[in-house]
Design a protein around this ligand. Structure first.
Ligand SMILES: [Fe+2]
Ligand SMILES: [Fe+2]
Length: 290
């Protein structure tokens, strides 16, 4: 790929503009997207940034992009550090946004996890809430925003119209490649998500960092939490197998905590740290290799 400009690296003013846009699209838990016009019929720099973000995401998330990112990042040869330190490292991700208006990464993760804990869920579920966006460290390794966040979806088969801004796939070369543009593409009927390449981003990356340590429902939550065209719209039922459907009950359970737990009351990190350090020690190895 030719060298990207700053605008192409970071079309979003802030990474959170994507989360805010998802929230507008899905204001109610468990329901499909609102009609586009109902929430995009006004002009704002945030919406323009999100639109440009998706234009680039849909143009560049090809089958080959995913294989290349996996070949690079699944070597885990970038950095090694304790998990808590990695969470603090993620928090060095600062962008152009107004710090008074936006929660930092650690605050979003603690609010998600604390909401899960308050509802009495198992401790591995709480830990999942706490780390679910750690994969965003990809931004600190020089990845453009559209290779880190955004709705995720399968590559190697037809892009669904249920994915946000489907018209932008017109710029994606896979749309014109006969290997990849049929309903099943390189896959087969009910072949199961484990056999499918998802668009590259923080979800897939963290799945690979945690897959040997967390219970399977946690891994589904991590790996598919941005797969809105499936967990809200059921656009890829033809690829999921029965086990995926069973496990997606957990993805559905997780999603409201991710989307609706934001609160202006910021958690006190120092008070919560001992509890989360213990949780990390219970399930995860001493260090994470990024
Ligand atoms: Fe996320
Ligand atoms: Fe999140």
């Amino acid at each position: 790929m030719t060298k990207l400009t700053k605008e192409e690296m970071s079309p979003l003013h802030s990474l959170e503009d994507w989360d805010e846009d998802v929230l507008k699209r899905y204001p109610e838990a468990g329901k499909p997207a609102k009609e586009k016009d109902a929430f995009r019929n006004y002009d704002s720099p945030e919406i323009d940034g999100v639109r440009e973000f998706y234009r680039l995401n849909h143009k560049y998330q090809t089958y080959d992009n995913v294989l290349a990112k996996k070949a690079n990042f699944l070597k885990f040869d970038k950095k090694e550090m304790p998990w808590w330190t990695a969470m603090e490292y993620l928090n060095t991700l600062i962008d152009d946004s107004d710090p008074d208006l936006q929660l930092d990464q650690l605050q979003h993760l603690l609010q998600t996890a604390e909401a899960i804990r308050a509802d009495g869920h198992p401790d591995w579920f709480v830990l999942t809430g706490f780390i679910h966006d750690l994969g965003k460290v990809l931004c600190l390794f020089g990845e453009p925003q559209w290779n880190v966040v955004g709705d995720s979806y399968p590559v190697g088969c037809k892009f669904s119209d249920k994915i946000v801004y489907p018209e932008f796939f017109a710029d994606n070369p896979d749309k014109y490649d006969e290997r990849y543009n049929s309903q099943y593409g390189v896959y087969s009927h009910h072949c199961g998500l484990d056999n499918i390449h998802m668009s590259w981003g923080h979800d897939e990356y963290l799945y690979h960092l945690t897959k040997n340590y967390l219970p399977e429902p946690a891994l589904y939550m991590i790996r598919y939490h941005s797969f809105y065209s499936q967990h809200r719209e059921h656009a890829y039922d033809h690829l999921l197998n029965a086990h995926d459907h069973e496990m997606f009950k957990w993805v559905d359970k997780f999603n409201p905590y991710d989307l609706y737990s934001k609160s202006p009351v910021t958690p006190v990190v120092s008070e919560l740290k001992p509890y989360y350090e213990d949780l990390i020690a219970k399930y995860l190895p001493a260090t994470v290799k990024l």
